[in-house]
Ligand binder design. Sequence first.
Ligand code: PMP
Length: 438
Amino acid sequence: AHEGILRRQALRESAARTYARSLPIVPVRARGMTIEGADGRRYLDCLSGAGTLALGHNHPVVLEAIRKVIDSGAPLHVLDLATPVKDAFTTELFATLPPELADDARIQFCGPAGTDAVEAAFKLVRAATGRSELLAFTGAYHGMTAGALAASGGATDVRVTRLPFPHNYRCPFGTGGERGADLAARWTEYLLDDPKGGVPDPAAMIVEPVQGEGGVNPAPDGWLRRMREITRDRSIALIADEVQTGVGRTGTFWAVEHSGVVPDVMVLSKAIGGSLPLAVIVYRSGLDLWQPGAHAGTFRGNQLAMAAGAATLAYVRENGLAERAGTLGARMLARLQALSADHPSIGDVRGRGLMIGIELVDPEAGPGDVTAENGSAPPPDPVLAVAVQQECLRRGLIVELGGRHSAVVRLLPPLTLTDEQATAVVDRLADALSAAER
Ligand code: PMP
């Protein structure tokens, strides 16, 4: 069955298919962090549905929440009508928000993908401010629909992103140590204050607190606070895209909490649906100036996703899984950093909580490439990264690649992974790296 399914899918599916290309597995069963393939092989899943599965696969609490809705006879599809399930989800979500926002928040349910919530955020700030320009960052990823793509940086294919949206401007993301962050902030101020070539009056700035697809680049807290000051001083709405960083992944429930920054709009998806499709924006009520129907869509009322999501949010909150992600993630990061002593091909190890990136470089390739995510020599090595991913798979470990050069091995395990599983992940990765370097 395994080979047949892979063969038929490869023939029938679009040339644009992604994960199915690099991960030739046929998942048939899954629980927690473990996926079992049709060939009987078992894998530790460090992809987690692209960061969706905060509680791993088929967590009993999530399954029970879904079953409860089904057994109750409640309608499963009701557009955006008010229901007890939606009410419970909204209450649970608001309880997790930074208090300053929660006290004054509105929620808009969006089409079920993160990218649709990004579009909603853009439309909201345009309607609220009457302005249309947006500030986004190098290395950003916000989704695959036209507006979100236009705001994405080098993490996507530029041939796709060359879209007719002239009113988006890219600022440098604040990585590269204290000096890099300061330069990046000054560049942004310069762009805003330049009377001739600048962007005097944008509607919003959109930022990921940790860039995921861009290669796991954590925004320094000080830089993020400076972005908050810059936007507040100029009445620019600050949109935090927490699609990937949310629900405990980085060590706090929402990643903006590390810096204390309270954004005006938060874009939320992935883990908030407890493994089912759900996306929303929450924002300060003062921005709620768009018209009824300004952001509609058929699938904004997925009752099963709301129930699974509410159960997930509650479980993460009640069991302190954000803190656990912080401590376990720091331990994994330290072990991975220690590995770089024996592996010159590890150019950089970075991350926050259970969002970790290992940037692979070619130490023999001579002078460095200033476009590397770590901003230093030697240059990134995407060929080695692909080899490491395949060696990981051979050792029963699923990892994802990211970054502008696709040379960053990304780890996004479920927050429920055990200490033993965390150790196994690093062991298998180290092994895979040794094998791929040969
Ligand atoms: N924003 C961020 C930060 C993301 O990581 C992603 C997905 N990787 C998106 C938006 C888009 O979400 P979706 O794929 O559900 O459209």
